[in-house]
Design a protein around this ligand. Structure first.
Ligand code: GLU
Length: 379
């Protein structure tokens, strides 16, 4: 087997039947394929959607509530049931399951990020399948991962998986003639445009009409082909092979791994950045921006130097020391990301200063560099 650790993302469109209830047959099918892999010593982490859909069915709701607390309550009820289906299916096959619910905040803080990684490793070592979803019960717009395509690529990187399989209700990414593209080596602008044209791959459970005939904005499922392509891009840049395939087809996971059947394969880039730099570049969300002059731009991009206060001409947003920030040129074009050693308030006071002037202004100087080279990624 080429892969040793696989993240499998299961979309609501795979799990939901026409009446929107969870298709237990699909969960059985997935559990049976995953058990086959586990029996062969392959490590598997599942990222599953379906909590909100499941909650709606339990409460017999025709539309998703628009209020945040209503949505959170439904996710809470649905997540419980969803996990029950998975744990029963795996128990039959002598495997345990462990639930992990995450928000973007878990990826933003390096310590929390590493803690999740250790928990996933510990679960795997106990013969349990980690089952991840967004923590919809506590997440608000500001702290959301967004969609589970993105979440699955973040989990694949965090867990140092070597492949990511995104299961949906279509066979892969389609070209203009409606044929599945079997291999993508580079996510070009054309591929991105195609993904927007692929209306299939984003299920239409989203625009239900309520009792008064209004279309609800709240959605049972997020994402579509475009978010899958973004997730694929993040993965292949992190050295992780990625697949988009139809999760409703029997044996699809096993077929992909044996190179059989129809799906789109996104080939990983051979060069893999160090884990910490990948975290800075792809996993965390920027909390603000540092704007630099042309001299600093060249020093960072060409001479591969650290960012010093003298090259800083401005900042945007409020951030703390230790946060990930974007670094942009004078036209506000982000060209790098880094972990800042100084807060936005401190940067406001020390911008443009020589390093040996920092202490006289702040009364202390914890670091010479505002962003150290080791904590900086050129995009
Ligand atoms: N976390 C959501 C749920 O479990 C799904 C989000 C998504 O489909 O991307 O219902």
């Amino acid at each position: 087997m080429k892969y040793r650790k696989i993240v499998i993302k299961i979309g609501t469109s795979v799990l939901a039947k026409k009446d929107r209830s969870i298709d237990k047959g699909i969960i059985e099918n997935i559990a049976s394929q995953v058990s086959c892999l586990l029996d062969r010593g392959v490590k598997v982490i599942l990222v599953t959607s379906g909590a909100i859909g499941c909650g709606c069915v339990i409460l017999k709701l025709k539309t998703v509530p628009k209020s945040l607390s209503g949505l959170q309550a439904i996710a809470s009820i649905g997540q419980n049931e969803l996990m029950r289906f998975y744990s029963e299916a795996f128990k039959k096959r002598n495997y345990l399951t462990g639930q992990i619910l995450l928000t973007q905040e878990d990826f933003d803080h390096r310590r929390r990020y590493l803690n999740i990684k250790y928990t996933i490793d510990a679960l795997i070592s106990k013969n349990a399948v980690p089952i991840v979803n967004e923590n919809d019960t506590v997440s608000t717009e500001e702290i959301k991962c967004g969609d589970n395509d993105r979440l699955s690529s973040l989990v694949a990187d965090l867990s140092e998986a070597d492949s990511l399989i995104m299961l949906t209700d279509v066979d892969g990414l389609y070209d203009k003639d409606g044929k599945v593209i079997t291999l993508v080596e580079k996510i070009s602008e054309d591929i991105k445009k195609l993904s927007l044209a692929n209306v299939r791959g984003s299920t239409s459970l989203t625009s239900e009409r309520d009792e008064r005939g209004r279309t609800s904005n709240a959605k049972i499922t997020k994402g579509g082909m475009a978010t899958k392509i973004e997730a694929a891009e993040r993965s292949i840049n992190s050295g992780i092979d990625c697949f988009i395939a139809n999760g409703r087809k029997a044996d699809i996971i096993l077929n992909i791994l044996e190179g059989k059947g129809v799906y789109t394969y996104f080939k990983a880039k051979p060069i893999k950045a160090k884990a910490k730099k990948r975290w800075i570049a792809y996993s965390s969300k920027v909390k603000g921006r540092i704007i630099v002059d042309d001299g600093a731009l060249r020093a960072l991009k060409e001479a591969k130097k650290s960012l010093l206060a003298s090259g800083i001409i401005g900042k945007e947003g409020n951030f703390k020391a230790g946060d990930v920030v974007g670094i942009s040129d004078s036209k506000r074009r982000d060209f790098a990301r880094g972990l800042t050693s100084y807060s936005s308030k401190e940067i406001e006071r020390i911008k443009g200063l020589k390093t040996n002037e920092i202490e006289s202004v702040l009364g202390y100087k914890d670091h010479d560099e505002v962003v150290h080279r080791d904590n900086l990624v050129i995009l």
